[in-house]
Design a binder for this molecule. Structure first.
Ligand code: ACM
Length: 263
């Protein structure tokens, strides 16, 4: 199976410009079964007001962004996970959509909202679902979720092989150092698709990467320019959770001793 990412600068409040960029970049991720795009890819990130956040959001069921992605999936027989500014009624969610040839078939809503995101978005309320993508099971985390090992572990317990991680990272270098460790201690692949460029007082840190179940960095982008990459993943590596003949990563956990984690 081949997985990749597109690192670029979505345009704040200008979906047509973003789609123009993707039209050029997506075909360069070739061939790929699964492609990951950055956080809030349909809207941009640093909203000046709640009105701007609302006016750039879309409903899952009526989204020209999702229709565009689905068309690419039909042409190239692939799937895409993308950050998505989602409106449901009066509420906004910092979401990620799982899109295939027939449209959106999966949704995750960011659990851990970062800084001023809390002015615009509701915290996620759909848990940590896992989706079938061809032979793989995939899970999703969005950007600042990186700092919470609990949610990565919940995806490992559900046998996720690949975690798709749309990002708009602003704290230099921190997440990019943690991702190979999350991959190693959960033995799954992680595709972190970060953005570049700046919006107002925020600069985004690029350096998107794909990490292996052994904690290797298989590919990494530059900090400041658009970049695409695609690698082969071997699902037998994410499914081998046997650390020694007597130690299994999932079975050797002691949840009876971890009560504090869920208080
Ligand atoms: C972030 O969660 N966008 C830093």
């Amino acid at each position: 199976m081949r997985v990749g990412y597109v690192q670029f600068a979505p345009s704040l409040g200008d979906l047509d410009a973003t789609l123009g960029n993707l039209e050029e970049l997506l075909p360069r991720v070739m061939p790929a079964d699964l492609i990951v795009l950055p956080e809030l890819c349909n809207s941009g990130y640093n909203f000046a007001s709640r009105e701007q956040a609302i006016s750039t959001a879309e409903q899952i069921t009526d989204s020209s962004f999702i229709a565009f992605l689905a068309e690419h999936c039909r042409k190239r027989r692939c799937h895409i996970v993308s950050g998505f500014n989602e409106r449901e009624g009066e509420r906004l969610y910092n979401s990620a959509v799982f899109v295939g040839p027939s449209g959106c078939s999966g949704l995750y809503r960011k659990l851990h909202l970062f800084y001023r995101e809390q002015d615009f978005f509701e915290p996620g309320n759909v848990g940590l679902p896992v989706f079938e993508c061809g032979p793989a099971k995939i899970g999703i985390q969005v950007c600042f979720d990186w700092l919470f090992p609990e949610s990565w572990r919940v995806l490992a317990i559900q046998s996720a092989d690949i975690i798709c991680h749309p990002c708009n990272l602003v704290l230099p270098g921190m997440c990019q150092r943690a991702i190979p460790i999350h991959a190693m201690i959960n033995r799954f692949y992680i595709v972190t698709a970060n953005r570049v460029g700046s919006e107002g007082d925020l600069s985004f840190t690029g350096a998107s990467l794909i990490a292996s179940p052994r904690g290797e960095v298989l590919t990494q982008g530059p900090p400041d320019t658009a970049h695409v990459s695609v690698v082969d993943v071997d699902l037998s590596r994410s499914r081998d959770k046997q650390i020694t003949p007597m130690n299994h990563l999932i079975q050797c956990r002691r949840p009876d001793q971890y009560g504090l984690l869920t208080e």
